[in-house]
Design a protein around this ligand. Structure first.
Ligand code: FAD
Ligand code: SIN
Length: 561
């Protein structure tokens, strides 16, 4: 059994897991139990996209279904950019992952004795397991309960990772710096697993929680990791669109159960755009709504169509979607009698840190799992309910992790910092407000060279501006800093606001960095495919059947897939 010494004396772990969503929690449970694991989460343990997952988790467990059909559907949705081997791995290991969740105590809905399965867009069979419309909560709460029972896991929360520590001689990842209770500390480890989730907050309209600021991709990119296919963002067609309400997701399962998309005249328009109507792939349905709304003069921030649930029996709605009923009612919509106002919103980032089948990134000692990673499973467009599955299946690979145990180090004495960054925060706050609006307008559902170029220019200016702040030294330490703990500061902030200011600064820099990467990747790919749609290059081009690879300031194409 692992034995954790006093945190003030030792901050050395065998392995650090950054993030407590499905990917991070499951990874900690899969890691060998003899390892001392530090699990860091920048918010409460329960905060993240995973706990918000509604529709469910895909697995070909029905006798009428097969991993082969699941593979075909995933490849088709991925629009030519999936890595076949990764997808094969995903679908082959799906049933085992579900069995393990059941063993751990996750209660999925049942139909009689059997697990109940629903249909979602672009699946050729009903294969999505669910727990009403709060599947993510059922999974995450079970995983948290398991993690809290493990004596080898030390939960460090709230603690926001600011930067990766890369050993200057070996180039190996050896830990992170993190903000934790008014201090900046260094946590050392033989390896780091990034499980920080997605980056939907870079867009003004998003279903993602506030923690989804792309921290993992930004930190890994700044540390020199290869990142892949960052232009591919998935826009979910149906997010609640009510004044002042967050873009609460209205699950695809609602359309899977039979709801219709209609415009303000009651016209069911989805079949004008695709023969599968409301159940066409997500990018097509989102673009159909976008195009339909272009014909109106509505304010783009509030323009919406409607999701009409009348084709579904009221008892079925109450049984399947209790959380959606409750949330809509909170925002003034009675889903049993009124259509729900909906519009597309940024939902899932297909791009991420390039990883192999063992979840290893291009930096030795750095692993990535979940939405932060690009395993090649989703290609240009993710098939619904494949991401929770990906979190589990690829986290399982970490059971085989090989790592170097690093010696305990006593942290240096703390340095007190008195700074108040109030004046710097004005710029940071205004960028934090304006960037998502710019990104929604330029890199949202429909992109053009002109809008992308304008946004690139603005983001370049903002990045230069923000990097002159004294706060930058804590997030981007000078490149000659070392992993030698005696040279690494343990900083205690005297000003009570310093921690929240530094966290906001770090998240804003991360958002600017991922915006930079998304915009440049989107400008570079002169075709349309999956979640990346260019109205100036509307066709899919066979010579673009390649991955976009980025390292530092270098963009290049993978070999043809
Ligand atoms: P998350 O669950 O987002 O967890 C990220 C974790 O990292 C959090 O604990 C966060 O606090 C932590 N973190 C982030 N940055 C830092 C930092 N700097 N330092 C320390 N900690 C940090 N997928 C499906 O398959 N089925 C669904 O039904 C489904 N429904 C969805 C519904 C909604 C509303 C949303 C937003 C997504 C949905 N998805 C669904 C997608 C899926 O939920 C996510 O892709 C998946 O949960 C991502 O899991 P994750 O563990 O990678 O990230
Ligand atoms: C949904 O319930 O529509 C979300 C499912 C997903 O994103 O996979």
């Amino acid at each position: 059994m692992a034995n954790f010494p006093d945190f003030e004396r030792s901050r050395t772990f065998d392995i650090l897991v950054i993030g407590s969503g499905a990917a991070g929690l499951y990874a900690t449970l899969c890691l060998p139990p003899n390892l001392r694991i530090g699990l860091i989460s920048k918010a409460r343990l329960k905060t993240g996209a995973s706990r918000w997952a509604q529709g469910g988790i895909a697995a070909a467990i029905d006798p009428q279904d097969s991993p082969k059909l699941h593979l075909e559907d995933t490849l088709k949705a991925g629009a030519g950019l999936c890595d076949r081997q990764s997808v094969q791995f995903l679908v082959d290991h799906a049933a085992k992952a579900i069995d393990h969740l059941l063993t751990l105590g996750v209660t999925f809905d049942r139909k009689g004795e059997n697990l109940a399965l629903t249909l979602e867009a672009a699946h050729s069979r009903p294969r999505v397991l669910h727990a009403a419309d709060t599947t993510g909560k059922a999974i995450v709460d079970t995983l948290i309960a398991q993690v809290l029972q493990r004596p080898n896991i030390q939960v460090i929360s709230p603690a926001a990772a600011l930067a990766l520590k890369i050993h200057p001689q070996t180039g190996t990842c050896r830990g992170v710096t993190a903000l934790h209770y008014h201090q900046m500390i260094e946590l050392r480890a033989g390896a780091v697993i990034l499980a920080t989730g997605g980056g939907g907050q870079v867009f003004a309209q998003t279903t993602n929680p506030s923690i989804s600021t792309g921290d993992g991709v930004a930190m890994a990119w700044r540390a020199g990791a290869i990142v892949r296919d960052l232009e591919f963002f998935q826009f979910h067609p149906t997010a609640l669109t009510q004044p002042d309400a967050p873009r609460f997701l209205i699950s695809e399962a609602v359309r899977g159960e039979g709801a219709h998309l209609v415009d303000e005249t009651g016209y069911r328009f989805a079949f004008d755009y695709h023969p599968q109507g409301e159940l066409a792939p997500r990018d097509i349905v989102s673009r159909a709504i976008f195009s339909h709304l272009q014909r109106t003069n509505l304010n783009p921030a509030q323009a919406h169509v409607y999701l009409d649930l009348q084709p579904i029996e009221p008892e079925r709605i109450q049984y399947r979607f209790p959380n959606i009923i409750q949330m809509c009612s909170r925002w003034g919509v009675d889903v049993l009698t009124q259509p729900i106002p909906v519009a597309p919103a940024a939902h899932y980032w297909m791009g991420g840190i390039a990883t192999d089948l063992t979840s290893q990134t291009s930096i030795p000692g750095l692993y990535a799992v979940g939405e932060v990673a690009n395993t090649g499973v989703h290609g240009a467009n993710r098939l619904a309910s494949n991401s929770l599955l990906e979190c589990l299946v690829f986290a399982t690979q970490l059971a085989e992790i090989q790592l170097e145990r690093i010696p305990e180090e006593v942290p240096p004495s703390p340095i007190w910092v008195r700074e108040d960054w109030g004046p710097d925060m004005k710029t940071v706050n205004s960028i934090r407000q304006e960037l998502p609006v710019l990104m929604w307008q330029s890199a949202g559902i429909c992109r053009t060279q002109a809008t992308l170029d304008q946004a690139i220019t603005q983001v370049r200016i903002w990045r230069q501006e923000i990097k002159t702040s004294p706060l930058n030294q804590y997030v981007e330490p000078p490149s000659n800093s070392s992993s030698d703990p005696s040279l690494n500061p343990w900083i205690k902030f005297e000003c009570p606001e310093a921690e929240s200011q530094l966290q906001l600064y770090a998240e804003t820099l991360n958002l600017l960095d991922i915006a930079w990467l998304i915009l440049n990747s989107a400008a570079w790919r002169t075709e349309s495919r999956g979640g990346h749609y260019r109205s100036d290059y509307p066709e899919t081009q066979s010579d673009w059947q390649i991955h976009t690879l980025v390292q530092g300031d270098r963009w290049w194409k993978s070999s043809k897939l």
